[in-house]
Design a protein around this ligand. Sequence first.
Ligand code: NAG
Ligand code: NAG
Ligand code: NAG
Ligand code: NAG
Length: 472
Amino acid sequence: MLLFILIGAFSVAGAGSEELLVEAGSLAVLPCTIKSPTKGSPSVQWVKINGRDRNTVWRRERSGMEFQGVEVAPRARCPHSDFGKGVFNLHIERVRAEDGGEYTCTTTDRRKEVQRHVLRVIQVSVSPAAPLEGSSVNVTCSVTPRPAEATVSWKLNGSPLSLQQTRSTANMEERQIMSMSPRETGQWTCTVRLGKKEGEATQYLSMQGISSPLAEVTQLYRAVGSPVVLPCVFSEGLTPQNAGWQRNLNGAGPFRPLPPTLQPSGPQRDLSVRMERVEAGDGGTYRCFGEVAGRKLQRQLLLVTAQVRSSSPVKLNAPVSLTCELSNGTGVTGYEWLQITYDANGTRTETPKCQTKTLRIPKMTEQHTGEWVCRYRGEQGILGNVTYSFQVMSHLEAERPSSGKAGMVTGVGFLIVVLLLIVLQMYKNYRRRKMILQYPALETIVHSASNAREGRERERMREKAQGSQPQA
Ligand SMILES: *[C@@H]1O[C@H](CO)[C@@H](O)[C@H](O)[C@H]1NC(C)=O
Ligand SMILES: *[C@@H]1O[C@H](CO)[C@@H](O)[C@H](O)[C@H]1NC(C)=O
Ligand SMILES: *[C@@H]1O[C@H](CO)[C@@H](O)[C@H](O)[C@H]1NC(C)=O
Ligand SMILES: *[C@@H]1O[C@H](CO)[C@@H](O)[C@H](O)[C@H]1NC(C)=O
């Protein structure tokens, strides 16, 4: 806000007055210079003219004595540092609309000189300060005092606005926004032109409503299998009524409520929904809504899912093509395939391979194993990426001339054999358990019998050793 706008350099008195266009809240510097100062001490007087009243703002006598006026003080002062060069500029800090008006600087050195300035303060204000989404708001640009010949133009976030919806009154230019929307939030700048002079002032216009996402339509790109949060947060202090979500999956008919597994879990004003794993079928339009002060507010989120598909099973020495598939490719302007490799130290390298949607590998070799990334772009830059990993080479089959049918027969046969073996094993286990149940103490008896036999064996060995000792 403390944008310092000072238009107009030094000019000599007499030849009319100089215009200064300054933003409210910033520092205004009103120039006053003695062209060829003598060694002596001049007298200087700054006066603000209010109609017939003349109020002294700041005064310095030849003796060096200084006096401060009561009206603008203590925000007005003349910095001492430049006095030696004959510069007696008046600095007004945090300038206000009521500071606007005509000022004169009268210096007496060799002779008396009068320099005139008109300070015009530009201010942008919004009413009400934080309007509710959908309600009416007035943005006003005031110039104090406003000359008839000044022209006013508007910019919103740097883009010029047409003069429609603008009303002029005595000292201000007002724009009425009938229905506040996210498009109207941001920096409102009012530019005032007066002859060759130009000044501007800016004010941020915020909004109460759905604060995240701010845009009415947001696109989200996610790789299949990754998590996603669908954001929908109302401004602090708001309690939305009849709030909820609906979605319209790609190609499906009307909007339907979200399934119970996808429900907001945050506080009442946070309707964000988290999906742990995006599936290919989740792409589509999601709509979050709620009522505040009788107005229905809503946001749309377009979820686009991305996945990589290979044209056929991946086999060694055979051609492979991978396609980057998006559930809605409308916003995509380009694709890029990158190969990801890691050196011995684990340093990752991305090597761009082609700029197409489909990656074609004429002959699959070990050099192609590992990670591949498909990156897609839109008008605004990179939108997202999706990773594809070829399996470890030992899992990859070399291409064999066997026909698909023969392979399937072998596979089914193998499965049957495995199933039979499992059934046989289960039957054996069942029989064993039945035996044990019939003779519950059998296992214990067998066990203690063998323990007793072992004990006797050890006893005999000890006796044998003791018997042979005296002979040695
Ligand atoms: C905006 O200005 C118009 C006309 O001056 C007035 O009728 C309206 O009530 C104002 N709206 C707000 C929100 O202040
Ligand atoms: C695809 O995305 C565009 C915007 O990029 C949108 O207008 C369109 O409705 C989407 N199509 C479907 C089927 O959702
Ligand atoms: C791995 O790291 C070592 C030590 O930091 C370095 O000398 C070597 O050059 C690195 N090798 C590669 C392939 O980057
Ligand atoms: C893929 O996207 C993720 C998340 O946006 C990012 O961190 C990563 O750097 C991207 N990878 C490539 C190769 O662009």
